[in-house]
Design a protein around this ligand. Structure first.
Ligand code: CP
Ligand code: NVA
Length: 298
């Protein structure tokens, strides 16, 4: 059987994704449901960018499932010194059971996966953050039940998180309205593929109107720091705050993958408001990682 990878949400079927969410919920309530299924298995983690949640969730997940993990900072590996991706993929996959990579160029992940004999998991690229969406979906299902047919508003940058929400709209069958300034749209091929479910609007109030969920992310993603001052200007008016949330449904949830910049993309008040679920969303990174690793180990 071909090796299964998880580079985007489109790598799994709708049924598989829903099963992972349900398994994550079950594992959260009864961790003992899973006793050491990954005993003697190892996850290699290559990180070319900083991380708190993703790294810790992977390490704790492997530990709780009876396996172990190896953190490989880019600067300490031969990959970081220019060893070809293909060679690194071949060598690492001959020794470990899973590989997760946080990188810039999504194409690097694709090349890596092509030459790996074990599952490769996207821990964030400039294009997608599928592991985060598993946690976001778990959090929605826990609070509001099935997200099918619901309205979701994305406010902010059309970057990796937004693009993963677009895939999620397709895989979990919800309507997505994206409010972003001109020039910060998600990629056009992705919008074209999902036009039945996803629309771009300029006015954040229009996007959040009647939304069941409002989500955002930083205005300056990792790797784009030199554009920060310019972005703060260009994203003016795109902050999720109490005024904006007043246009969503009264019980609309608020999500943010974190880390957050209070006073930029979100007000401090909304981050800790009654319907903000950002802390559970972060905790669910662990439960969904466990369910994903279990699934990929089959
Ligand atoms: N949300 C997220 O991926 O957080 P980290 O960058 O801390 O891993
Ligand atoms: N869009 C952010 C997500 C961080 C988890 C970034 O790429 O930096």
């Amino acid at each position: 059987m071909a090796t299964r990878h998880f580079l985007t949400l489109m790598d799994l079927s709708k049924e598989e994704l829903h099963a992972i969410i349900q398994r994550a919920i079950a594992l959260k309530h009864s961790p003992s449901l899973s006793t050491d299924p990954l005993k003697h298995k190892t996850l290699a983690m290559i990180f070319e960018k900083a991380s708190t949640r993703t790294r810790v969730a992977f390490e704790v997940a492997m530990n709780q499932l009876g396996g172990s993990s190896l953190f490989l900072a880019n600067s300490d590996t031969q990959l970081g010194r220019g060893e070809p991706i293909e060679d690194t993929a071949r060598v690492l996959s001959s020794m470990v059971d899973f590989i997760t990579i946080r990188t810039f160029d999504h194409a690097k992940l694709e090349v890596f996966a092509k030459h790996s004999t074990v599952p490769v998991i996207n821990a964030l690229s400039d294009d997608f953050h599928p592991c985060q969406l598993l946690a976001d979906m778990q959090t929605f299902f826990e609070h509001r039940g099935d997200i099918k047919g619901k309205s979701v508003a994305w406010v902010g940058d059309g970057h990796n998180m937004c693009q993963s929400y677009i895939n999620a709209a397709e895989q979990f069958d919800f309507e997505l309205a994206i409010a972003c300034p001109e020039g910060f749209e998600p990629e056009s091929w992705l919008l074209k593929r999902t036009k039945a479910r996803v629309r771009i609007v300029r006015d954040p109030k229009e996007a959040v109107k009647n939304a069941d969920l409002v989500a955002t992310d930083v205005w300056t993603s990792m790797g784009l720091e030199s554009e920060s001052a310019l972005r703060i200007k260009q994203f003016t008016g795109y902050q999720v705050n109490a005024d904006l949330m007043a246009h969503a449904k009264p019980d609309a949830l608020f999500m943010h993958c974190l880390p957050a910049h209070r006073g930029e993309e979100v007000s401090a008040e909304i981050l800790d408001a009654q319907h903000s679920v950002v802390w559970e969303e972060a905790e669910n990174r662990l439960h969904t990682k466990k369910a994903l690793l279990e699934f990929l180990s089959r």
